[in-house]
Design a protein around this ligand. Structure first.
Ligand code: NAP
Length: 326
């Protein structure tokens, strides 16, 4: 790239509102031209060269190689996501590059999806939809597609009662669920108001009818739910994952769903996105959606706008609005 002025490189076309805000930046903006797919690694390494700011999505790995390719003038990486497991924070810190994320603006949308998945799995909505589309004869029957009674005192276990976990707890409280949760906020007055009981991971695994994951992906949470944890869950329990795919050992999950060691799962995220573990697609007791947790239209606007505002702040010499602290 033969820039006379360093550019802002955006790895994917954002929503129209965010694109307009990008055009107001005091720097040239280069957007990956294909709206249908992320840039290849090669395209990424080429396009980032000479950039003063990078606006990646969670599909882009921001590591030493990419930062080297960008060059010393790079000042900010404004991730369009609250999770930042795709960014090597040690490398950005070492180079003095600011990293920002989009906390808070996607809590309600992601909690809506998590709760929608919970209900879909509990009441077998997708399975019943698939059945009806076969055209097979049917009549109302007492045992047809029976599932978990969510509002009759079922226990929800929240792993990671942070911003999104708390938004899920508010929904569960309205559904009169019992709520167990891990994380520091599980002992807060706000949690107590929702009837949340602080618990260890083992207690959540053993006592919950539905477990919903809301922790970040870190080296500590990689495969947090593996064969041993799945074995601790009730055979009637359901697992909902809207956190990050690698938090769950997907091969072990497929085994557990196949053998009936747990009753079902609902997944927005996958260990090797966009690939699914062999066999997962074929299972009837799993609901799968393609990482749409934050996909509310207004939420996607807010995420893009916040990312662009973070770039604007750094380029203007102000502190970023939502910095990620290494
Ligand atoms: P947050 O407010 O930082 O909350 C994270 C929670 O995870 C906190 O309760 C934290 O506990 C807990 N936690 C941290 N490390 C843990 C560990 N090693 N083991 C168990 N729990 C741990 O984050 P958030 O904004 O709610 O977002 C949570 C995650 O959701 C993001 O990191 C992202 O990966 C995912 N997400 C997915 C989508 C989607 O589209 N599916 C959308 C948005 C976010 P403490 O408070 O005790 O530290």
């Amino acid at each position: 790239m033969s820039n006379t002025r360093a550019h802002v490189y955006v790895t994917r076309r954002l929503t129209p509102a965010a694109m307009t805000r990008l055009s107001e930046l005091d720097a040239p903006v280069v957007v990956h031209p294909d709206p249908e797919r992320p840039p290849t690694r090669r395209e990424l390494l080429e396009s980032v060269r000479g950039a003063v700011a990078l606006v990646p999505l969670l599909t882009e790995r921001v590591d030493a190689e990419l930062l080297d390719a960008a060059g010393e003038q790079l000042r900010v990486v404004a991730n369009v996501a609250v999770g930042y497991d795709n960014v090597d924070l040690a490398e950005t810190a070492r180079r003095g590059i600011a990293v920002t994320n989009t906390p808070g603006v996607l809590d309600e949308a992601t909690a809506d999806l998590a709760f929608g998945l919970l209900l879909a799995a509990a009441r077998r909505i997708v399975e019943a939809d698939r059945f009806l589309r076969t055209g097979r004869p049917w009549a109302w029957a007492p045992t047809m597609f029976t599932g978990l009674d969510v509002s009759a005192g079922a226990t929800l276990g929240i792993v990671g009662l942070g911003r999104i976990g708390m938004a899920v707890a508010r929904r569960a409280h309205a559904f009169r669920m019992r709520i167990l949760a891990t994380g520091r906020r599980a002992s807060s007055p706000e949690a107590a108001d929702l009837g949340v009981v602080a618990a260890t991971l083992d207690e959540v695994l053993e006592r919950s009818d539905v477990i919903s994951l809301h922790c970040p992906l870190t080296p500590q949470t990689h495969h947090l739910v593996g064969p041993a944890e799945l074995a601790r869950m009730k055979s009637t329990a359901l697992l909902v994952n809207t956190a990050r795919g690698p938090v769950v050992d997907e091969a072990a999950l497929v085994d557990a769903l196949r053998s009936g060691s747990i009753a079902g799962a609902a997944l927005d995220v996958f260990e090797d996105e966009p690939q699914l573990h062999p066999g997962l697609r074929e299972l009837d007791n799993v609901v799968i959606v393609p990482h749409i947790g934050s996909a509310g239209a207004a939420t996607r606007d807010a995420m893009g706008l916040l990312a662009v505002d973070n770039v604007a702040a750094v380029l203007a010499g102000r502190p970023p609005l939502t910095p990620v602290e290494p």
